[in-house]
Design a protein around this ligand. Structure first.
Ligand SMILES: Cc1cc2nc3c(=O)[nH]c(=O)nc-3n(C[C@H](O)[C@H](O)[C@H](O)COP(=O)(O)OP(=O)(O)OC[C@H]3O[C@@H](n4cnc5c(N)ncnc54)[C@H](O)[C@@H]3O)c2cc1C
Ligand SMILES: Cc1cc2nc3c(=O)[nH]c(=O)nc-3n(C[C@H](O)[C@H](O)[C@H](O)COP(=O)(O)O)c2cc1C
Length: 526
């Protein structure tokens, strides 16, 4: 197939949204008769990019404006100085980014990728699209109009790309592909006769199958999130094919259509409707199990910061987990799957929990580095490890620098996490004690008529903060991604401007230099 008559969709995802978006773009192109290849960036050879004619990039931003893991090697390749300004002169490209405008570096990866591709001579065929978690319909709010423009531009440039035309007929959207999975059901005694688990290479077209006999119930429990995560939009589209009651079919088709997008968002994501609940709401749907397996969101891993020092607690990992629960707009009580499961465990029983360890965005500080830590709520988790490690170092007469720690919670009585721990380290010459040049300050947001947050406590301690910054301190911020990181940064700007006697613009530049020098770290989560 000539490369000018097909689309290559390259995606990079951290938590799966960019893959969903890439698959949606792919499905829409295929419905117009255009063959597509959808490839994760870590499976793509970057040196072959110039030989591609049309490439659609779908990339999310993670960390603090960081590239998702599968994009790291590709991005390093793209930054090589040896690549010329004509390197991509034969390549047309489009970029769709997924991000959250609550973050300071909103859609940073899509923006920098777009710029770099243009610098390398690539031709941008359409202004980049920026999906935003804050939009009432999530990233799809931007994806729908962006895709419409994309199809028009591509069609106008090369009509052969879409043999079925630009506007697909209703019958095209009502055709369903085959599910990607094939499941073989075995009787229990057959399982023992069959070959052991392994890879089956005997399929056609070079396809391979993973052969693992497993009980159905166990399979569902281990892989499918049927009782917590909300299904994606495509789930509703596929359901509509298998609905036998006309009114259900119509409703599902509406949900899957661009017009129904916002209503679907309110019904599904906002209410955190689960796969089981959705299936219950549409009882006439008889979805084949293969489809259910393919479309049910996979059980995803949850991230928790390690809140213990490996030196103080060798072979142990402590977590500080907030038990998630909330009420939806329709007053339905929802609970977080993992935190509630952890909370339900009996501490006296040994339970094996699968765990993966990743380096986060908060590098372990050297003992000699002065620290300013801001960690309201469970944001204090990583700093518990920092403080106990520094206390251990101090007890071994290793020279240590002071720590200023700003903690925040609602009430002193209810959610003052590790109260005794912090207080003990802030007394008797401890690493947080004022006599050692450190300090421990708490903002109880609801213990008085007006709200008090960490940024208010920081401003009260502006002299100490500026003093420590002047001595080369590093800043670490952890916790809620809502407003906290931006409010904390604004407080730093104010402190640097007033205490350092510079303009606000200079203070902003000063903090940017601090960040570039690897001394301003943020790890925030929704
Ligand atoms: C790098 C990193 C480090 C983290 N460290 C910690 C830590 O140390 N301690 C800690 O407690 N958490 C931490 N988190 C956050 C934690 O990963 C999430 O809270 C996680 O989703 C909890 O898992 P769960 O299964 O209990 O909840 P889930 O089942 O995953 O449900 C959580 C989801 O529910 C939704 N939700 C939650 N509250 C509301 C609400 N009020 N309104 C609407 N929707 C809501 C959101 O979509 C949220 O993502 C960290 C996150 C990251 C990315
Ligand atoms: C830990 C974390 C860090 C994030 N950092 C940013 C960021 O710096 N800028 C941004 O625009 N969005 C940020 N986001 C939002 C994601 O980009 C957004 O949720 C996106 O839909 C995720 O897509 P993915 O599942 O393909 O990775 C962050 C999300 C998480 C969970």
């Amino acid at each position: 197939m000539e490369k000018s008559r097909q689309l290559l969709i390259l995606y990079a995802t951290e938590t799966g949204n960019a893959l969903d978006a890439a698959e949606r773009i792919g499905r829409e192109a295929e419905r117009r008769g255009c063959p597509v290849r959808i490839v994760s960036l870590d499976e793509f050879d970057p040196s072959s990019l110039p030989s591609e004619k049309i490439v659609i990039f779908v990339v999310s931003t993670t960390g603090q404006g960081d590239t998702p893991n599968p994009m790291k090697a590709f991005w390093t390749y793209l930054l090589q100085r040896s690549l010329t300004r004509q390197w991509l002169e034969n390549t047309d490209y489009a970029v769709f980014g997924l991000g959250d405008s609550g973050y300071q570096k909103y859609n940073f990866v899509a923006k920098k990728l777009d710029k770099r591709l243009a610098d390398l001579g690539g031709t941008s065929i359409i202004e980049r699209g920026l999906g935003d978690d804050q939009h009432p319909s999530g990233y799809e709010g931007a994806l729908d109009p962006w895709m419409s423009s994309l199809w028009s531009v591509l069609y106008n440039e090369n009509r052969q790309l879409f043999p079925k035309g630009l506007d697909i007929s209703a019958s095209d959207t009502r055709m369903l592909d085959q599910p990607k999975l094939h499941i073989t059901y075995l009787d229990l005694d057959e399982v023992h006769l069959k070959s052991p688990a392994g890879i089956d290479d005997s399929l056609e077209n070079g396809e391979r199958a993973l052969n693992i006999p497993i009980k159905l119930r166990r399979f569902v429990e281990l892989t499918m999130d049927i009782a917590s995560a909300s299904p994606r939009r495509y789930f509703f589209e596929v359901m509509s094919f298998f609905a036998t009651a006309e009114h259900e079919k119509e409703r599902l088709q509406y949900f899957a259509s661009p017009e129904g997008r916002d209503d679907l968002y309110q019904y599904n994501q906002k209410e955190r409707r689960t796969v089981l609940e959705v299936l219950e709401d549409f009882p006439s749907v008889n979805m084949p199990f293969e489809w259910l397996v393919q479309l049910t969101p996979p059980l995803k891993t949850r991230a928790f910061s390690i809140s213990s020092s490996p030196l103080v607690h060798p072979n142990q990992v402590h977590l500080t987990v907030s038990i998630v629960s909330w009420t939806t707009p329709f007053k339905r009580k929802r609970t977080g799957l993992c935190s509630n499961w952890l909370a339900s465990l009996d501490p006296h029983q040994r339970v094996c929990i699968p765990a993966w360890f990743h380096k986060g965005s908060l590098p372990a500080p050297a003992p000699s580095l002065p620290l300013i830590l801001i960690g309201p709520g469970t944001g204090c988790a990583p700093f518990r490890g920092f403080v106990e490690e520094r206390a251990l170092e101090a007890s071994k007469s290793i020279p240590t620098s002071p720590i200023l720690f700003f903690f925040g919670c609602r009430n002193e009585q209810n959610d003052f996490l590790y109260k005794d721990f912090w207080i003990s380290h802030s007394q008797n010459g401890g690493v947080l004690s004022e006599e050692k040049g450190g300090g421990f300050y708490v903002a109880f947001s609801r213990d008085q008529p007006h709200k008090v947050y960490v940024q208010h406590k920081m401003k009260e301690q502006c002299v100490k903060i500026w003093d420590l910054l002047s001595k080369g301190a590093a800043v670490y911020v952890a916790g809620s991604s809502n407003n906290m990181p931006a409010d904390v940064l604004a407080a730093f700007e104010e402190i640097v401007a007033t205490e350092g006697g510079v303009s606000r613009e200079d203070a902003v530049r000063w903090l940017r230099t601090l960040e570039k020098g690897g001394k301003y770290h943020v790890e925030a989560w929704a």
